[in-house]
Design a protein around this ligand. Sequence first.
Ligand SMILES: C[S@@+](CC[C@H](N)C(=O)[O-])C[C@H]1O[C@@H](n2cnc3c(N)ncnc32)[C@H](O)[C@@H]1O
Length: 220
Amino acid sequence: MTTLTTAPLAPLLNRLFEEADAASPANDPALADLLPDHDRLMRSKTEYRDFYAHLKDFPLSVSRETGTLLYMLARGAKARAIVEFGTSFGISTLHLAAALRDNGGGRLITSEFEPSKIARARENLTVAGLIDLVEIREGDALQTLSAGLPETIDLLLLDGAKALYPDILDLVESRLRPGAFIVADNAEYSPDYLARVRAPETGYLSTPFAENVELSMRIG
Ligand SMILES: C[S@@+](CC[C@H](N)C(=O)[O-])C[C@H]1O[C@@H](n2cnc3c(N)ncnc32)[C@H](O)[C@@H]1O
């Protein structure tokens, strides 16, 4: 039995994924104006705050498969310290925190700038009985993840503004232990990030994995 597959978390995740499936920004008439610019906005380093403000009512979560992968990687790595860029409603956070619980405890630092999303994530983590493992840092992750990180980090999830993936990696890289995993969702929107983790001399092994996920391991 695991925290992931039993109550209260399992039924909560079922409900949250069902709600996420039903709430696609692509079908929302209020967001139709954004659609022609979607690709550019996903890659933008200057317009991400406004872009995500438009999307504040959408979970934009990792897939069920990626959620399970996150739990498995964190368990397999015996992770005790995890950093997440992009909390949203906390669906990925719930998987990672469940792994920490089943590893015997630890610390998960996650970052989000939309206050209403932080409130929802906090509520979900409380219902799941996992809030004690999670510190939600409110504000732009470029600032909130720039200090006060654990000495050693076992797993990094990149799932905020795609253009910032290299910048967030800069903040965390020196603390990633050899063998640490980095999971980057929708990394195809961040070609600079992909070029970096796929270049052998930069200290990573990296491979595309499942749909839209880049899975990397720190080896340097
Ligand atoms: C794709 S969603 C994250 C989904 C979440 N990881 C999950 O699976 O449930 C991206 C989130 O990152 C947040 N975000 C984007 N750029 C950010 C930044 N620079 N700092 C803090 N939060 C950011 C957005 O508001 C949005 O909620």
